[in-house]
Write a new protein. Sequence first.
Length: 283
Amino acid sequence: MSGTLLVARHALQEALRRRVLLVVGVLTLVFGLLYVWGCDELFQDVSGFAENDSDLPARELAGATILGLAIFGTLFLGVVLSVFLTVGAIRGDAERGLLQPIVVRPLGRPPYLLGRFLAAASVSAAYVVAVYLGAVLVTGVVGDWWPEHPFAVALRLALAAVVVAALSLLGSVFLGATANGILMLMAYGAGLLAGLLGAIGDVIPSRTLERIADVTSWALPFEALYRDALRLLVQDVQGPGAVVLLGPLGGSFDAGPLMLPWAVVYVAAVLLAAALAFARRDL
């Protein structure tokens, strides 16, 4: 276990040296300033759209909508962080000649793999939780609107970031850093697109589009966790129609009680697959 923690610490030190965390910090600061500005402008003008088709009180509609957009932005930044902390973890380090002296002796491959995952997952999860709760605080202070289940939403966002970190680590066993980064960002976009198709299928209705979204939700559970977080954001808000306004790529979705345990099992299965593939690769 000490070896795993040592790898995690060195992975974070490497991220600091490469200024990955600095870039993320700057982007987060920009995102936060824009969010504060947007909240201030929105709630100043909230009386201007008091009449709306969803029959919701204007302040609840405004708060749910802008916090839903914050959820989208927060998870996107968390996914970028997850990917860039793991994108070259295995093959990239092997190509640079860094792996051989570490995994042959005295550490071994499984502790190294687990350490890289621990670093990326813990930092990414903590990041999305902190940024999301910061958005909740800004929304509450500026607009006097607070969501009912902020910590349940934070849990789903954190777990979504962990899922992406595990998938990116698996990809790093087979692909170089550039190819793996492209693959992961395209997979993330595909998952969100499938969620949008599911939302469209609910409205049309189209069973085919709904089935595509359902299959994607189980194959890429970060998408289901994201939309389930949106659901929790408004499940206690009275009035129809607000859910379609919560995010740029689809509305809320009830993932059901099995999605959280499935996401945990999914991460474990992906890590096991990564460990088996890593054990068979020549360095």
